[in-house]
Ligand binder design. Structure first.
Ligand code: S3P
Length: 171
């Protein structure tokens, strides 16, 4: 494993499985697992929907950038799962590529659409959106997720199988 990959960053669309996979991957590697949304909620003592509602998305993104930069500076032997919009920010892409091995957990639109009903609660970006809007967001983001990352297609795989793929790629 390269020194850089003592830090593993997982990116991908909402509901792609970053948190579930990240937890198991961390356990497997003997690393700490951290989730940016969880860290933001802990540090601000507010939920993500509250921050979106009270301060707006730009304010959320600012906190998100800062938290990610700090975590990647301070932590080693860590698996960090990023919120789905984090990597869209140039500054996050730069710090993640410099400090970590970045994996894009990809999911096909067909598979994602099936998960959608279980994902809406607690995710402001999914509220009051048409399927067409979400498809446009999905398409735009996929292009950016692919920048500087290793691609892992998760369709039809169990969490354990995705973890296996990641471990294999890391070793
Ligand atoms: C967001 C994804 C969420 C969370 C916030 C915004 C997005 O994280 O950061 O609701 O813009 O895609 P998950 O990808 O963990 O759902």
């Amino acid at each position: 494993m390269k020194d850089q990959s003592e830090r593993v960053v997982l990116i991908g669309f909402m509901g792609a499985g970053k948190t579930s996979v990240g937890e198991q991957l961390a356990e497997r590697l003997g690393f700490t697992f951290l989730d940016t949304d969880h860290e933001i909620e802990r540090k601000t003592a507010r939920t993500i929907p509250e921050i979106f509602r009270e301060d707006g998305e730009p304010a959320f993104r600012q906190i998100e950038r800062k938290v990610i930069a700090e975590l990647l500076e301070e932590e080693k032997k860590v698996v960090l799962s990023l919120g789905g919009g984090a990597y869209i920010q140039e500054e996050v892409r730069q710090v993640a590529s410099a400090k970590a091995e970045v994996f894009f957990l990809d999911i096909s639109w067909e598979a994602w659409k099936e998960r959608l009903p279980t994902l809406i609660e607690g995710r402001p970006k999914l509220e009051s959106q048409t399927l067409e809007d979400l498809y446009a967001l999905y398409q735009t983001r996929r292009v950016i997720y692919a920048e500087g990352s290793k691609h892992i297609l998760t369709d039809g795989l169990t969490i354990e199988e995705v973890v296996e793929k990641l471990v294999h790629t890391l070793s």
